[in-house]
Design a binder for this molecule. Sequence first.
Ligand code: BG6
Length: 469
Amino acid sequence: MSIKGNFLWGSATAAYQCEGGWDEDGKGLNEWDVFNHESSLNINNEDGDVASDFYHRYKEDIDLMAEGNQNTYRFSISWARIIPRGVGEVNPKGIEYYNNVINYCLEKGITPNVTLFHYDLPNEMAKIGGWENRNVVDAFNQYAKVCFENFGDRVKIWSTINEPRYYAYCSYVVGNYPPNYKADFGRFWNVLYNLMLGSAKAVESYKELGLKGIIGVVHDNGNVELDPDTKEKELVKLRADIFYNRMVLDTAVFGKMPAELNKVLKDNNVDASFIYEEDIPYFEKGKIDYIGLNLYNRQYVTDYSEGETEIFHNNKGKGSKSKEGIRIKDLFETSFDPDVRRNLWGREVYPKCMYNALKEINAKYGDILVYVTENGCGQYETPDENGYVKDTERIEICSEFIDYMLQAREEGVNVQGYYMWSSMDLYSWINGYEKRYGIVRVDFKNNNRRIPKESYYWYKALIAAKRGI
Ligand code: BG6
């Protein structure tokens, strides 16, 4: 099937994971710089100081995208590069750098899709409590305005926040992202709420400027599926869906939080005092234009009413049998589907969830525009003597995901773009540099040399066929 018209085919990265240049040209420290330099919880002893060195090699990477027939690139801006202390003075060198990246994309026929916050909170903001502190919400809005004013004439696709739910979950429930709180559901919901408020305020600021473009939020994991043995089916589905999806998507699309949120907070033993009535108009005015969907797997869940909260996290690729998931007292637990294959990180490899997620989004939110802002496959890889990687499994898995996306599109879902995660190998938040997602290999030990993988050439041919070029 060939898709003509405006469908976007590209790839994605995030600032901390690929840029490096951690202390160059006036950039301030962010929370990940400090965590990776100082914390004993940095299990890999690796950091993003150099990363893929995109800060210096962006032209080479964007050239590869263009040669690979990609017509869009999703990347994030480092808040601390633009405003080193999070609030206050703007760093002209930071503005200059992103102007260069954006202009080079446009020169190469690549539409930039820019995310404002992809986990790298300025350290000065982390010091005052991070997203728990409502002052950070307003600081984010100020930073967003600086970006819109400086880049909004050329950037036409924006997203406010990457995966608010997953970020809050890793930082305050799993505890593997700074500030490393474990099973702190009070903080989790508070931070998620503040992230959604920050997103809504930034959307409103964008609209007020009257710029000609669209703005959305990037959300992870589309669909909750129930283990058929679940006893309280409706209740478990409701709780898990609000927890994983609806707190983000209902709030961003409808401009108000799910009506059943209070019930779920109560079941989760969380006091709702972080919700303020005065915020209601901001949510209403901050409705998004599109949904960015990062899709890797589904949430397969069942009842959990009797035990304590437990978290299972396989962060080292320990094997497909090791557990990955959660049991949340009085809410639900992750279930294990014996019929679905798992990767070394214990995560399901279930491409059909792409179709299910898109159809469910369509059923809940109607004709809203969707871009698949991330999809990909993380692996340990061994190159041949020339540095070439034959990543046939990645190709097989991603083609299935793409086929399911196109099937949903055929059936009327308004999905208009797809981004492979990731454009090149980069830093993985919890696995350092060995778990690779790139379609271009980065030889981290050899001057960060770029070597396109088999998947790069496969993706190039696929795009050519789909775009009819
Ligand atoms: C997404 C994030 O959740 O997953 C990316 O937006 C991340 O930043 C990607 O790299 C893969 O995650 P992981 O944990 O498998 O490296």
